[in-house]
Write a protein that binds this ligand. Structure first.
Ligand SMILES: [Zn+2]
Length: 439
């Protein structure tokens, strides 16, 4: 393998024609559908609901006949059939790792990896990291959580597979300690959530540490959207002195299985292992290339707890056009554009926190942190009052509120209230930021 940025981790898999990829997916899907139907009560019930037999799912185009599976269903299934529910398919002696995933409700859903799953996950995770430029000579500081959020472990294995030195800081150390390791171990690659990357950049500035004095050259940021928001990407890149790439995953599916390549044209999904559909949220049938829909994932190779049509809740636009990098695997162009759950409906306008982020981070006197305080109608999703809370790095210049309001109106189609706070008022996170505050 030559160590150039243009090369591939697994060239045949990553650059095969769409026709060849479809054939491979058809074969693997047939295997997966049959074993899920044979071994899982949860999936057998899905087939019954659809009035379908495994033989009816002859290829990816037939998948929409099956209902989707949601995280809530998995959680309810595990509660009704403790401890692991009825969606594990491989035999327990093959199991190697248990990964409970956190969720907003706090009750975790347990995902299991077989020995073969660990090997597959390690390989496609190494592939994603190779695609954004990690090579064996790199030192990688991994600030993805090693605990309940499973990306820490899979990325750790992949770093070892790539032949790099790993600095396994996780999220369990202070921000100043992360910075100490930047100086001590001289990592060239940094992995974290985008909110945490911004927080570290802010701390470097406060301490007067020049990013150029560190060895960092690139970073990949996942666990929440934002890296592909141009203003956020620019702040991470200048704040850490790196090239920043978007990294995407879901605990039940990857954990991390999609990333930007060196061309930065959207996140490529490892489609030979994970089938992706972009579907209409109401009909749950695929939308044409380039149209907005919710991503739905199906495991083609996962053994222990495979997902058939897992509802991600994430909005994106898919492109199957060949990327300038040469990869043929589908890309979510612009990354994740919003979470289905985070949609705010205010005075008839619909918007996502990521749109507020784009505006706040585009106005120079404002710091990176922000919140959206909402009060909802009793039992409804409609927002009655909405206040964007932002921080100003110095005394607010005259007219700042007006400019912020104008920029928000242009982006959201509606004008929320605004409250400017002194710099440092809002809590920083080492993990995923909570943008919406319910009053
Ligand atoms: Zn590409």
């Amino acid at each position: 393998m030559t160590e150039t940025r243009a090369s591939f981790w697994d060239e045949p898999a990553e650059t095969m024609s769409r026709d060849a990829l479809r054939q491979l997916q058809r074969r693997r899907l047939g295997w997966q559908v049959a074993r899920c139907h044979a071994a899982s009560d949860l999936y057998r019930a899905k087939f019954r609901e659809a009035g379908a037999e495994p033989g009816d799912i002859r290829g990816p185009e037939d998948l929409a006949r099956l209902p989707v599976v949601t995280k809530e269903e998995l959680r309810a299934d595990q509660a009704a059939h403790p401890p692991f529910g009825t969606f594990f398919v491989a035999e327990p002696p093959t199991w190697r790792e248990l990964h409970p995933s956190t969720g907003t409700t706090g009750v975790p859903v347990s995902t299991i990896w077989s020995a073969e799953d660990v090997a597959t996950i390690t390989d496609f995770t190494a592939r994603t990291m190779w695609s954004f430029g990690v090579r064996s000579t790199d030192v990688v500081q991994n600030a993805f959580a090693y605990g309940l959020w499973v990306a820490g472990m899979s990325v750790h294995y992949a770093i070892a597979r790539l032949g790099c030195l790993v600095v396994a800081t996780g999220t369990g150390v202070t921000t100043d300690r992360q910075i100490e390791y930047f100086r001590l171990a001289r990592p060239t690659v940094f992995l974290a959530t985008p909110s945490y990357a911004l927080h570290i950049a802010e701390r470097l500035r406060e301490r007067g540490i020049e990013p150029g004095s560190l060895a960092l050259r690139l970073g990949a940021f996942g666990g929440e959207p934002g890296t592909e928001t141009p203003t956020t990407r620019a702040k991470i890149e200048s704040g850490l002195g790196i090239d920043a790439f978007d990294y995407y995953g879901l605990a039940e599916v990857g954990p991390t299985f999609a990333s930007e390549c060196s061309a930065k044209t959207g996140i490529h999904v490892a489609e030979d292992h994970i089938l992706v559909e972009c579907v209409d949220p109401d009909t749950r049938r695929p939308v044409p290339d380039g149209e907005l829909g919710v991503l739905v994932f199906t495991h083609l190779t996962r053994e222990a707890t495979p997902m058939l049509r897992y509802w991600s809740n994430d909005y994106a636009r898919l492109s199957t056009a060949r990327c300038p990098c040469g990869r043929t695997h589908a890309r979510a162009v612009g990354g994740i554009l919003g979470r289905h759950d985070d949609l705010l409906v205010f005075k008839g306008a619909k918007f996502y926190p990521i749109q507020v982020e784009k505006v706040v981070r585009g106005l120079a006197p404002l710091a990176d942190e922000f919140r959206i305080e909402v009060r909802r109608q009793r039992g409804g999703s409609m927002v009655e009052t909405c206040t964007v809370v932002a921080e100003c790095v110095a005394a607010p210049p005259a007219g700042l509120e007006g400019r912020l309001q104008q920029a928000l109106r242009a982006e959201l189609g509606v004008t929320p209230a605004i409250r400017l706070e002194p710099y440092g008022t809002l809590e920083r996170t080492t993990f995923k930021a909570k943008r919406i505050v319910e009053l």
